[in-house]
Design a protein around this ligand. Structure first.
Ligand code: ADP
Ligand code: MG
Length: 275
């Protein structure tokens, strides 16, 4: 890959749903160290942009690239393996798993054991009468136990980074809403991304929690050497932490630039007034 190729890039990406142009000629480029904002009124196309960038939707036009590699047509988990992690506007946790296990599942996705597991699971399916024996044998191997310990430590560290150590053994569904949102970020970090996409991470939080989260996001960017793109409906909130902001309205990019520049843009003001 070229030395300065962006970690993640969208080149003229468009997508339609029936007659609706959800995203039109969308361009974006994220480098390590970036903390960018993606804003716009409801229905502007922000989540759609994330879905195209992460392989949930295929663009009808344009390209998505990770570093220099074109990833059009790849599945979300393949794009995740290339270092792009995200959270969802509607929280998607394994509700009945503990906070720790939610993060461990993500950490595991990056390990060799996971590859090993895949083969094993196939074997297990073929020999279902032996399922319990297979499983027991695997759990007892020293390599597996060492790997489990390593994953546990990694997940514990991420819980601590997100201020969730005290919730380690609680089921995700029992966590207060704001903590579920932070757990989703811990889980995204578990896949060891280089790019982190956060879809309204502060939604449903109170003013204080929102402000704290924004500071934490900046710290994650620095500590994990990430490029970060945050979707946020609240303009003031993103303006406070992002260096570059892209504004969508009806799928079109109506402004891009530094917060001060974007804030005083006539088209942006109009879009938000009409919201
Ligand atoms: P935002 O996140 O900015 O609020 P979205 O990206 O979720 O907006 O939606 C943009 C537009 O695309 C909306 O009009 C929405 O209804 C539409 N849309 C999003 N996903 C789909 C889909 N899978 N099928 C049909 N329409 C969709
Ligand atoms: Mg959205």
């Amino acid at each position: 890959p070229t030395a300065n190729a962006p970690l993640l890039r969208a080149d003229g990406v468009s997508i339609q749903f029936g007659g609706l142009k959800a995203l039109t000629d969308f361009h974006l480029s994220i480098q390590q160290g970036d903390l960018q904002g993606l804003i716009g009124p409801n229905g502007a196309g922000k989540s759609t942009a994330f879905n195209v960038l992460t392989g949930v939707y295929q663009p009808s036009q344009g390209d998505v690239r990770v570093c220099d590699t074109k990833v059009n047509g790849r599945k979300p988990h393949q794009i995740n393996l290339l270092g792009v992690a995200r959270t969802f506007q509607n929280i998607r946790l394994f509700r009945a798993l503990t906070a720790l296990d939610n993060v461990k599942v993500a950490c595991r996705a990056q390990t060799a054991l996971h590859q090993f597991d895949t083969g094993l699971v196939a074997k297990l399916k073929n020999a279902s009468h032996n399922y319990a024996d297979w499983w027991r044998a695997l759990l007892l191997t020293p390599g597996f136990q060492r790997e489990e310990r390593r994953l546990t430590e990694q997940a514990e560290h991420l819980l601590s980074v997100m201020g969730l150590s005290h919730r380690r053994d609680e089921e995700a569904r029992n966590l207060p809403y704001g903590e579920q949102r932070r757990l989703e970020i811990a889980r995204a970090l578990g896949t060891q991304p280089r790019v982190l996409l956060l879809d309204e991470p502060a939604a449903g939080m109170n003013t204080r929690e929102k402000a704290d989260l924004m500071v934490l996001i900046r710290k994650l960017r620095d500590d994990f050497k990430l490029g970060v793109l945050v979707i946020e409906h609240d303009m003031k909130l993103v303006m406070g932490i992002c260096e570059q902001i892209t504004v969508l309205d009806h799928g079109e990019t109506i402004a891009r630039g530094a917060p001060a520049q974007v804030r005083s843009d006539r088209k942006v003001i109009e879009a938000y007034l009409g919201d």
